[in-house]
Design a protein around this ligand. Structure first.
Ligand SMILES: C[S@@+](CC[C@H](N)C(=O)[O-])C[C@H]1O[C@@H](n2cnc3c(N)ncnc32)[C@H](O)[C@@H]1O
Length: 444
């Protein structure tokens, strides 16, 4: 091991926890400054610490008189990384982990702090098994919360939703690694052709079960540096997100309004399905995110997307009764994509729920007004909370009797129980896909 990657991991962790940056963005940016041979351990360590933060802090607090809340940040993040490695890497690395951590603190803080780090880590190594035994003595909810690092409110909530017998499956699945998937750009290449190209490059690939345009790559490395990516043969997109596009299934020459479009995945998928014919208005409230759509438009050869900065909670009178389709991919609590952004577990508070639901309802209501008679909208979230999902749709339908839910069995390959009723709920522990909700509504 080498201290350089350790410094990089510690710096990335500070950005994620202190500056509240998203782990996926931090990792993609910081990994560029690391020697390629350390890429894998860097990524594994950052995600590992974030995923297991509550367990790690609990272990430190068992063995240190100074508690994590009172620790100086360089010491705290160095200890967090070391404890992750002590518990999750091969035992033979124990001495290297301690020595490198102690040296790092000696160089960056002072000798006194390095002695403290040494004492805490040696103490943890001596008591590794006792610590685990103590964890088993916690009450059931505390135990699950510490072992799998989820706040207690979320564990209780999910026990209520999924049941006591399923809760560990749910917590484990949301801590597991998400598969790496791509969407074929059918404007440029077919799925079969792209699979052949990728296999010739030594990639292990497989078609996504529920999708016409999806491919899983088992061994992805520096995908965005590949010529096939740069020349727009494919985009990186999750299976659940691609499924929302497949459910929308827009016809060529239609007018589509995407109210929450950045970074553009669903708009770009729609443009590919419409073979660049018709018009897509792609809006987002954040101007800086809009440029991401412009970049991908050029890369993919998409010509029918018109990008605008606009707040979807404000009704735009000039679009009323105009659209054939609306994409309503609302901001949400993100509790379905913990596998990709594990910090979501700690940043989302139960109290966020109410305010976000009001925004979601307003955006859905506005979208419904943009549809023509016979027009269709797809409402989606990347969360598993009923309040943001099926309850939201039922509330909307209560006050909008001119809308019905549309059977989406065909677009979801007859694989989801509820698809005939017009919606699907996707869960990592059941479908090995991101937690998502997708519903299709039609204006009568
Ligand atoms: C789930 S993401 C959309 C992802 C996108 N549809 C895709 O497939 O790439 C939700 C988006 O809503 C945007 N957003 C949040 N509040 C908004 C508002 N009031 N009006 C419009 N967009 C908003 C966020 O900037 C974010 O990009």
């Amino acid at each position: 091991m080498d201290n350089n990657y350790r410094v990089a991991v510690i710096e990335s962790l500070k950005k994620i926890f202190r500056d509240k940056s998203y782990s996926n963005l931090v990792i993609n940016n910081d990994i560029k400054n690391i020697d390629v041979k350390y890429n894998s351990i860097y990524r594994k360590s950052v995600l590992g610490v974030v995923e297991n933060l509550m367990l790690i802090d609990w272990v430190i607090n068992q063995m240190s008189k100074t508690k994590t809340k009172k620790m100086e940040s360089e010491v705290l993040f160095t200890l967090r990384l070391a404890v992750y490695q002590l518990y999750f890497l091969d035992n033979s690395f124990e001495n290297i982990v301690v020595n490198e951590s102690v040296e790092h603190i000696k160089r960056n803080v002072n000798v006194r702090a390095s002695k403290f780090v040494n004492a805490v880590l040696r103490n943890i190594i001596r008591n590794k098994d006792n610590i685990i035994r103590d964890m088993n003595k916690l009450s059931h909810i505390d135990f699950l919360s510490v072992k799998y690092s989820y706040p207690k409110w979320l564990v209780s909530r999910w026990i209520g939703e999924f049941g006591k017998d399923k809760i560990e499956d749910v917590l484990v699945a949301n801590n597991s690694q998400a598969p790496f998937t791509i969407r074929v750009n059918t404007l440029k290449v077919s799925r079969g052709e792209l699979i052949r190209i990728l296999e010739r490059k030594g990639m292990i690939v497989e078609e996504c079960k529920y999708l016409d345009k999806g491919i899983i790559i088992e061994n992805p490395v520096e995908i965005d540096k590949m010529n096939e990516y740069k020349s727009g043969l494919f985009s990186i997109q999750s299976e659940s997100s691609m499924l929302a596009g497949q459910v929308l299934n827009p016809k060529e020459n239609s007018l589509v309004i995407d109210l929450c479009a950045a970074p553009g995945g669903k708009s770009l998928n729609a443009a590919e399905m419409m073979k660049n014919k018709g018009k897509i208005i792609s809006r987002d409230v954040y101007e800086n995110k809009i440029s991401l759509i412009e970049y991908d438009k050029k890369r993919l050869g998409v010509e029918n997307i018109f990008v605008e900065t606009y707040d979807a909670t404000v009704l735009d009178r000039k679009l009323i009764n105009r659209a054939d389709y609306c994409i309503v991919d609302v901001p949400c609590t993100g509790l379905g994509i913990i596998r990709r952004k594990p910090e979501i577990k700690y940043n989302k508070l139960e109290s966020d729920l109410e305010s976000i639901q009001k925004i979601q309802f307003k955006i859905l209501e506005n979208a419904s007004k943009y549809l023509k008679l016979g027009g269709e909208l797809v409402y989606s979230t990347c969360t598993v909370n009923k309040e943001e999902n099926i309850n939201m749709i039922n509330n909307f339908l209560k006050s909008n009797s001119n809308f019905i839910m549309v059977d989406i069995s065909e677009q979801t390959k007859n694989s989801f129980e509820t698809s005939q009723k017009g919606y699907v709920e996707i869960f990592p522990h059941l479908h090995r896909m991101d937690g998502f909700f997708i519903a299709k509504l039609k204006r009568l």
